[in-house]
Design a protein around this ligand. Structure first.
Ligand code: ATP
Ligand code: MG
Length: 895
């Protein structure tokens, strides 16, 4: 059964049982600061499970795209771990519980294929349950009919689910399929998890837990009044079972990539391995890694991630490099992605058609990344070759850890490649030293990350602040002041305080607030909160948990306590300037797309008072003429004075209206749409002006690259834009005044002046050379006999360049009778340094005199040239006379 069909049957089964089918959220988990990627189907429903939002349905089902970075190292070595995989899931929000979930899973798994099920042999299915979950055992045994010897009790590590924080938790029950004796020993999941393959996990959210010290150490507070179900069935795992293949790299959605990689590298996949993944030949493991990683890269770039050196982009870069590297280790040196990626696309497009329509963009990023990495490999190889021959030359048997680390750190050259190439040349590598340097670097990076966390490391006090009153109401779309109760006062480290006094830096939570928390690229509001006799100055506003608005503030006078009534007022001037920037960003975004096409999507933005930064994806530089047109069009929209309007609607309606929904936007029940007339329409939670005319003016300042395929424009808005143009105008007027020309002729005039200046410099150069050379004849005639040789020693006139000095020495030599052996030495001072040129004629050379010997003698080895003409320098300027003296001395003693 094809993977796409399995997916269809899964959704159909649960739709027929009253579930609403919900689309997959995009891979980047932008709403959760602790998560890079969505790693389970339940992630997009977390606010429902935590009771922060009311679910619009009681039952839902989805096929969620997932990435689990901790599993990357397992890929290819087990039969069941992909970096990217899809999780089929059914969810109940306070509706059915164990007695509903277990039979629903059993029914779909074992129903005959002809009746829409998966047709698994029920005799091969095992179930695990949590130690004391007799209720689940009862259902498995009595309702479903599973014999007790195929129901296994397991502990917290395997069969208890929680999020590692206070909140919902509960036992799980997993379904395993016995693949038979070819895959491992008897004995059930406790004995062998590759033979007994986990394909479905049912989580029963039954309890509320607190005092969480670890995933296994916590206190159960109470039984939840409203219990939930969260299940996850690995789509690839069930596909590997139903397609009768050994592992999930051999299913229809992955195998074609693997096969092509094998063909390109001339391997016969599987020829040297049996059924057990853990005992596979390394080449087969590599082919699986390639197939998995290429598919994962496709899905990631498809969801808007681009290669970079940190965060999500770094994960992408790492897996792409691993795939390319594995191809290389198998002997393929050429770019591989132009061949492999289209195959991955053809595998996945039936389920994700946008991969095909967007493939131009996706492949541009992928191919560029591979090209860059291949040239890194080439450069690194050259450096490594040099290091190897140096080490050899010095008689060493191994390459230093320093060198290996430098190659890794500076050139991104992988250590395994260093090892391999060194080994080919008969050298070992100081791996111990390398690892030590790596560990040092990791420690530095960790300390750095810790420092940047700005006191948000521990979320528990925020969680408590949230729990004691639910989401904080944001009223700032419509008002700039608000009276509200102080819910909690926290120290800046996040500890709840009974009160805070003057001078203290605190974090304040109100029940409702007009203060906008930094988010969606928009900077936070600032302002004042007056409480009783006290007053706090709000410096920053953040949202450490979704729905919890925290004011970072300083108490300027009096005292503030939880329960006080506060009067919050934002700095309106700042807010207005930020709102102008935010609306301007929407206009710049839309206009960029008008000119560059749909693929110019937002990659990040900053909306600050009076200025904005907008990052977007596009393969090359934006030509100045396009930038000019963008700016012009944006300003025309301002003149149109369009109404800016925000409204809440369903996700579907927003899409129907063509709102720009960025990859980060999560599917949910309701979204906020901001539209500027009919010109721009975008999902957005930020604040905006009410008419485009209020922006006044938008001035684009610059456009530059900030990474491969990502460009950044910076612009000024409103009075800041005006101020900038006014200053520029003043500057031009001042130049015009200086040049005594009208403003529009300044450029021409500057150009003329520059040309004139350059001509004058050339002229000056010529005159100076003439001056220097003018003295040549009289200097020649002043030659003295030293050791039987005609010798001229002189200092060049001030300001003579290196060329002048050489020419002067040759000129003097030319003016001395060729029949006389002659040596000319010219010393010069320039830039605080002394230099020396020595010219020797034919007759003197006949007597064994060499210019380069003389220079080297005078400069103790520094300098060189031919026997006729040599030069050197680098000594302090005051040494010039001594240089001449030492040449003369050498001639005197030579004879
Ligand atoms: P395992 O112990 O095999 O790693 P898990 O306990 O981490 O699995 P869950 O967190 O329960 O798995 O996820 C639910 C389901 O998702 C699993 O039953 C499995 O079918 C699937 N799954 C989990 N991780 C992966 C992966 N890396 N690749 C493919 N499928 C996976
Ligand atoms: Mg796992």
């Amino acid at each position: 059964m094809k993977t796409a069909e399995i997916k269809r049957r899964f959704l159909a089964h649960f739709a027929a049982n009253g579930h609403t089918v919900v689309p997959s959220a995009p891979l980047p988990a932008i709403e959760d600061p602790n998560l890079l990627f969505i790693n389970a189907g339940m992630v997009q429903f977390v606010p429902y499970f935590l009771g922060q939002r009311t679910p619009p349905y009681d039952r839902a089902a989805s096929v969620q795209k997932c990435i689990r970075t901790p599993d990357i190292d397992e890929v290819g070595k087990t039969s069941r771990h992909g970096t990217f995989f899809q999780m089929n899931g059914n969810f109940s929000f306070g509706d059915y519980f164990k007695a509903g979930a277990i039979p629903l899973a059993w029914e779909l798994s074992t129903k005959p294929v002809s009746e829409g099920g998966f047709g698994l042999d029920g005799d091969k299915i095992w179930a695990t349950v949590y130690l004391d979950d007799d209720e689940a055992i009862e259902i498995w045994h009595k309702t479903v009919g599973l014999p007790l010897d195929r129901i296994v009790r397991r502990g917290k590590k395997d069969n208890y689910w929680s999020m590692g924080i206070p909140g919902p938790a509960g036992p799980c029950s997993e379904l395993y399929y016995d693949r038979g004796s070819d895959y491992g020993p008897e004995g059930g999941p406790d004995v062998d998890e590759d033979r007994f393959l986990e394909f479905w996990n049912l989580v029963f959210m039954q309890y509320e837990i607190a005092d969480v010290r670890s995933k296994e150490d916590f206190r159960v507070v109470r039984e939840l009044p409203s219990k939930n179900i969260d299940t996850g069935m690995g789509l690839e795992r069930i596909a590997s079972i139903l397609q009768g293949v050994d592992n999930l790299y051999e299913i229809d959605e992955v195998r074609p990539i693997l096969s092509l990689a094998a063909e390109l590298t001339g391997r016969q996949y599987g020829a040297k391995s049996g059924h057990v993944a853990g005992e596979s030949h390394p080449d087969d493991v590599r082919l699986r890694v390639i197939a998995d990683h290429v598919r994962t890269a496709l899905m990631l770039i498809g969801d808007g991630v681009t290669p970079s050196n940190e965060g999500r982009g770094y994960v992408l870069r790492r897996i792409m490099r691993r795939a390319i590297r594995a191809m290389r280790l198998l002997g393929w040196q050429e770019p591989a992605l132009p061949l492999l990626l289209p195959v991955a696309r053809d595998c996945m497009a039936p389920s994700y058609p946008e991969l095909a329509t967007d493939f131009d963009r996706i492949s541009q990023y992928a191919y560029a990344e591979e090209d860059a990495f291949l040239s890194t490999l080439r450069a690194g190889t050259t450096i490594l070759d040099t290091a190897i021959s140096d080490a050899r030359g010095a008689g060493q048997a191994s390459l230093s850890g320093d060198k290996a680390f430098q190659l890794h750190d500076t050139y991104g050259f992988p250590i395994d490649l260093t090892l391999e190439i060194a080994a080919e040349q008969g050298l070992s590598v100081d791996q111990e030293g390398f690892r030590r340097l790596m560990a040092d670097q990791r420690a530095r990076a960790k300390a750095d990350a810790q420092a940047r966390k700005t006191g948000h490391a521990d979320l528990s006090s925020y969680r408590a602040a949230f729990d004691s009153g639910g989401p904080v109401e944001f009223t700032g779309y419509h008002e700039v002041t608000r009276e509200s109760r102080v819910r909690s006062v926290l120290s800046s480290g996040g500890v709840a305080l009974p009160a805070a006094g003057e001078g203290e830096t605190i974090e304040l939570v109100l029940d409702a607030t007009p203060f906008y928390a930094e988010g969606g690229g928009q900077q936070a509001d600032q302002g004042l909160i007056t409480v009783g006799g006290g007053q706090v100055e709000v410096l920053d506003v953040q949202q450490p948990l979704p729905g919890l608005i925290v004011h970072k503030a300083r108490v300027v006078r009096g005292e503030v306590r939880p329960g006080d009534t506060g009067y919050a007022e934002i700095d309106v001037t700042r807010r207005k300037a930020i709102s102008r920037s935010h609306t301007a960003t929407h206009l710049v975004h839309q206009t960029m797309r008008n000119f560059l096409g749909e693929s110019a999507t937002q990659a990040g933005s900053l909306n600050a008072p009076g200025r904005l930064r907008f990052d977007f994806n596009t393969p090359g530089a934006v030509p100045p003429s396009v930038l000019h047109d963008v700016e012009q069009q944006v300003n025309e929209v301002l003149l149109g004075d369009l109404e800016v309007h925000a409204f809440i609607t369903s996700q579907e309606e927003a899409r129907r209206l063509g709102a720009m929904a960025l990859f980060g936007e999560k599917y949910g029940d309701e979204v906020r749409v901001v539209e500027v007339g009919d010109y721009a329409r975008e999902l957005c939670g930020g604040t905006h002006v009410s008419r485009s005319g209020q922006l006044g003016l938008v001035k684009i300042l610059s456009e530059a690259s900030i990474g491969s395929g990502v460009r950044r424009v910076e612009a000024l808005v409103g009075i800041d834009a005006f101020g900038y143009l006014a200053r520029e105008h003043l500057l031009v007027s001042r130049l015009a005044e200086l040049y005594r020309v009208p403003n529009d002729q300044v450029a021409e005039r500057v150009e003329q002046t520059v040309t004139q200046l350059r001509d004058a410099e050339k002229e000056l150069e010529k005159l100076r050379a003439q001056l220097v050379l003018g003295g040549a004849a009289s200097l020649a005639s002043s030659a003295r006999e030293v050791g039987g040789i005609a010798y001229v020693g002189t200092e060049a006139p001030e300001g003579a360049g290196g060329n002048d000095v050489r020419t002067l020495a040759q000129e003097i030599r030319g003016k001395i009778d060729p029949a006389r052996p002659a040596v000319v030495a010219v010393a010069a001072r320039a830039g605080g340094k002394a230099s020396l040129v020595v010219a020797v004629n034919q007759a003197a050379r006949g007597r064994g005199v060499s210019a380069s010997d003389l220079v080297k003698g005078a400069l103790s080895g520094r300098g060189g040239g031919s026997p006729d003409l040599a030069q050197g320098g680098g000594l302090p300027a005051t040494e010039a006379p001594r240089l001449l003296a030492s040449v003369e001395q050498a001639l005197a003693t030579e004879s």
